[in-house]
Write a protein that binds this ligand. Structure first.
Ligand SMILES: Cc1cc2nc3c(=O)[nH]c(=O)nc-3n(C[C@H](O)[C@H](O)[C@H](O)COP(=O)(O)OP(=O)(O)OC[C@H]3O[C@@H](n4cnc5c(N)ncnc54)[C@H](O)[C@@H]3O)c2cc1C
Length: 314
């Protein structure tokens, strides 16, 4: 079967593309490498999202699953656990090859987010040895920190949001940041200031030691040059991500930098018939947020429709 549209990536952008494609009756297949719902479902499932309009607060996983349900109810076929490895133009349609098979689509929307990545590590003594045994890089379920003394490392939005996410179940949360001020949205900074989170500025976690089943976190103040030892149950390190090599560059799309797909205002890429949206794309003043990705998805679908129906009548 040749689909009108194949969407690569089942995050908010790809799923929104699916919903809108069905309003134009386009037969649509979404191929998702991991779990549909995107970063919301597999990266921050129990973090609350406060800036997706119409939900004052909603947890990542719940919002992700609502996107999935909306797409499925609209008639989109969503296949999970299928990583797209190659996209190429065949005689009749694009051939999209995954780890499990080959699918044909008359048009393609690439909505693969930031692609695969590993969390950035601090490379300090005791870090690797305790990974998964007290040292974490993401929060899969905030309830697992119930009653814990938690040390969160980082000063960007994600680190602040993690501290705020675990502060309710935890016994105590300390946020350690190496600079004198946060590099985060005012809303998050104010929320941390109003919360019971203890903040240590100009501070760096320099080593982790195991003591009677708990962890001694050695924190160095880079202004006073003093070291303090904090005994904690969990350490969550959030200092960015290291992108892994993807195969996107081999799909023939023009990129900005190593991985971001260059798009025009109509979300078309350098390959006719291939469009893109969400965190995967680059254009001047691009913002990587859920709502912006969804808006781009609508534009991408309208462009797909015009491409498939050319000459377009409206
Ligand atoms: C910790 C954190 C907190 C955040 N909080 C917020 C917030 O509160 N509000 C907000 O608006 N934004 C937030 N964001 C940003 C937001 O999550 C992203 O902007 C949004 O998820 C982008 O959606 P997307 O669909 O473009 O990409 P993604 O959500 O990344 O989805 C892309 C999907 O494509 C899949 N994929 C990748 N490669 C392939 C392949 N080759 N084949 C098939 N599938 C593939 C991936 O598995 C993934 O599921 C946050 C981000 C992080 C990291």
């Amino acid at each position: 079967m040749v689909h009108d549209l194949i969407v690569i990536g089942g995050g908010p952008a790809g799923l929104t593309a699916g919903v809108y494609a069905r309003t134009r009756n386009l037969s649509t297949l979404i191929l998702e490498a991991e779990q549909a719902g995107g970063q919301l479902s597999w990266l921050y499932p129990t973090k609350s999202v406060y800036d997706y309009p119409s939900y004052i607060a909603i947890e990542g996983h719940e919002l992700g699953q609502l996107f999935v349900e909306h797409a499925r109810v609209s008639g989109v076929e969503v296949r999970e656990g299928e990583t797209v490895e190659e996209v190429r133009r065949g005689p009749k349609a694009f051939e999209v090859r995954t780890s499990k098979g080959v699918y044909e689509g008359r048009a393609v929307i690439v909505a693969i987010g930031n692609g695969p990545f590993n969390p950035r590590v601090l490379e300090i003594p005791g870090e690797t040895e305790h990974e998964g045994r007290g040292v974490h890089y993401r929060v899969r379920d905030r309830r697992s920190f119930k009653g814990h003394c938690v040390l969160v490392v980082g000063g960007g939005d994600s680190a602040l949001e993690i501290a705020l996410e675990v502060v309710a179940p935890a016994k105590e949360v300390t946020l350690v940041h190496r600079r004198a001020e946060f590099r985060a949205m005012e809303k998050n900074v104010q929320a941390v200031q109003k919360s019971p989170v203890n903040v240590l500025f100009n501070s760096e976690l320099v080593s982790i030691e195991d003591v009677d089943g708990r962890l001694d976190a050695v924190v160095y103040n880079n202004m006073t040059l003093e070291k303090v030892v904090k005994r904690v149950d969990s350490i969550i390190i959030n200092v960015g991500f290291e992108p892994l090599q993807t195969k996107v560059e081999r799909w023939g799309l023009e990129l900005e930098g190593a991985r971001n797909i260059k798009v025009r205002p109509d979300m078309s890429t350098s390959v006719p018939g291939v469009f893109a949206c969400g965190d995967a794309v680059w254009y001047p003043s691009k913002e990587k947020r859920i709502v912006t990705g969804c808006g781009e998805a609508v534009t991408a679908v309208i462009s797909v429709y015009k491409y498939l129906k050319a000459p377009y009548w409206a």
